[in-house]
Design a protein around this ligand. Structure first.
Ligand code: SF4
Ligand code: SF4
Length: 212
C-alpha cells in the first residue's frame, strides 16, 4: 500500500537521505512496509536473516547517533535513519574465518590463529553500546581472549548477527564471529546428546525411512 498522501496522522522522517511521510505508532519496519518504501524489502526479515534490519539512527534534538534494529525502533518525528546498504561501506571485514572443529589444535590456540585481533581489544565499550540486543559484547571478547570460550559463547545466546558490534570496533574485531567460534568449539568438545547421536547413527547406516 502506498502512503504518498500526507495525512494529519503522518509524521516526517528521513530514510537514507530521503524525506518520507509514515504512519505513527509503528515500528520502522512496519512503517516502511506500509509506505511501500524499498528499504523495507532489503532490510527486513524478508532478506531471510534476523538482524538484517540494522540501522544507524539519529533522533530529533539528539547529538548522538545510535545503532538499532528497525523492527525494534518506533518511528518518531524528525528521526534520521541510515539503512544497511550504506552501513556496509563502513563495516570492516566481518567474514567468517575458515577453521576446523575437528582440529587437534587447542581451541584457544585456534582463536589466536584465526582471530588474532581479539588480543588488541581496547576495552572502549563501543561494541557493547552498539548492540541492540543488550549483550555485554566487550565482556564476551574479554572472556574469549582469556580462554573462557564456553562463558563467552553463552553471553551471545541472543545474538542476531546484525554486525553492529563489528561496525563499531576500531580494531576490526568481529565479536559475533568470535562468539560463533566459541559456541561451535565448545559444542564440538562435548559429547553429543543421546537422541542426536542415535539419529546420526541411523543416518550413517542408511536406515532413516522417509515417507512422501
Ligand atoms: S552481538 Fe553484535 S551481531 Fe550480535 S546482536 Fe549484538 S551487535 Fe548484533
Ligand atoms: S569495540 Fe572492539 S576494541 Fe572496543 S571493546 Fe568492543 S571489541 Fe574491544
Amino acid at each position: 500500500m502506498s502512503n504518498t498522501a500526507t495525512t494529519k496522522r503522518d509524521i516526517e522522517i528521513t530514510v537514507n537521505g530521503t524525506r518520507l511521510s509514515v504512519l505513527p505508532s509503528h515500528s520502522l519496519i512496519q512503517a516502511l512496509w506500509k509506505a511501500g518504501h524499498p528499504a523495507f524489502k532489503r532490510a527486513s526479515c524478508l532478506e531471510g536473516v534476523c538482524g538484517s534490519c540494522r540501522i544507524m539512527v539519529k533522533q530529533r534534538g539528539q547529538a548522538t547517533v545510535e545503532m538499532a534494529l528497525a523492527c525494534q525502533s518506533e518511528v518518531k518525528p524528525g528521526m534520521q535513519v541510515l539503512f544497511p546498504q550504506h552501513l556496509e561501506r563502513l563495516a570492516p571485514s566481518a567474514q567468517a574465518r575458515c577453521y576446523s572443529l575437528q582440529s587437534s589444535i587447542p581451541p584457544l590456540q585456534q582463536l589466536r590463529e584465526h582471530f588474532p585481533e581479539v588480543a588488541h581489544c581496547r576495552h572502549c565499550h563501543g561494541c557493547t553500546v552498539a548492540c541492540p540486543k543488550g549483550i555485554d559484547v566487550e565482556k564476551g571478547v574479554t572472556l574469549a581472549n582469556e580462554g573462557a570460550l564456553s562463558a563467552a559463547g553463552e553471553l551471545f545466546i541472543n545474538c542476531v548477527m546484525c554486525d553492529l558490534c563489528t561496525t563499531s570496533c576500531p580494531e576490526n574485531i568481529a565479536p559475533n564471529y568470535v562468539a560463533l567460534f566459541a559456541r561451535r568449539t565448545t559444542a564440538a568438545h562435548q559429547p553429543l546428546p543421546g537422541n542426536l547421536a542415535t539419529r546420526l547413527q541411523t543416518l550413517q547406516r542408511g536406515e532413516l525411512k522417509i515417507k512422501y
